[in-house]
Design a protein around this ligand. Structure first.
Ligand code: IYR
Length: 223
């Protein structure tokens, strides 16, 4: 490739096929053990660990490298309580008719209901915001690109990093979740994307006995 100004050498480690496969399998086996957890211990998690997993999330690729995300980490009890109360209010409406019968049926294996104690019990709630656009120093609006894709990838990396660090998490979407922007005092270019309680599982925590699709149902190969 031609050398262009503004470019630097790629930091890259080439691995032999056996080592690639070994690493890919080891990582897969680690990630297979990630589960969405709804029963948290109230044990605290150091802020520096949250900082590290957010740093990892923020390495995600993004449209035109705009990095259109903000992660708001909440451990303040009064704020967590307000988030829980507002979320439960919406969920009561969801469970009492806003979700249709098929949806309610699909949720049965998960055992969920409108009660969300984990929003207060978990030591941290990370609220992921997508930044619909930016406002520059002169007040002019600047566009972001592929915002949903970018923030989705960053959120996946956040969940992966949290799992790797020994935390459990839940991807929670108390819809509608506009209340989060207000409760957290976010600017009007930011929209709530996902709410992620993080912490340790409670003692003897259980999770739904559900399975992942086998590879032949998720992979199509043309060669
Ligand atoms: N937001 C509700 C309902 C819910 C919806 C889906 I799709 C889930 O995968 C799980 C729950 C709640 O949190 O209970």
């Amino acid at each position: 490739m031609d050398h262009q100004t503004g470019f630097i050498p790629l930091a890259y480690t080439r691995r032999a096929p056996e080592e690639m496969l070994e690493r890919a399998q080891a990582f897969r086996m680690e990630l297979e053990r990630r589960r969405s957890v709804r029963h948290f211990s109230d044990e605290s998690v150091p802020e520096v660990v949250i900082e590290e997993v957010v740093r990892t999330a923020s390495t995600a690729p993004s449209g035109a490298n705009k990095q259109p995300w903000t992660f708001v980490a909440v451990s303040e009890p009064a704020l967590k309580r307000r988030i829980r109360e507002a979320a439960e209010e919406e969920e009561r409406i969801n469970y009492n008719g806003r979700m249709d019968a098929e949806w309610i049926e699909d949720l049965k294996p998960l055992g969920t209901d409108a009660s969300k104690p984990f929003l207060e019990v978990a030591p941290w709630i990370v609220v992921v915001f997508k930044r619909a656009y930016e406002v520059d120093a002169t007040g002019r609006k600047r566009q972001n690109y592929y915002v949903n894709e970018s923030v989705g990838i960053a959120t996946g990396m956040l969940l992966t990093a949290a799992h790797h660090a020994g935390l459990v998490a839940l991807t929670h979407t108390p819809s509608p979740m506009n209340f989060l922007a207000e409760v957290l005092g976010r600017p009007s270019n930011e929209r709530p994307y996902l709410l992620i309680p993080m912490g340790f599982p409670e003692a003897r925590c259980t999770v739904p006995d559900i399975a992942r699709k086998p590879l032949d149902q998720v992979l199509v190969v043309h060669k």
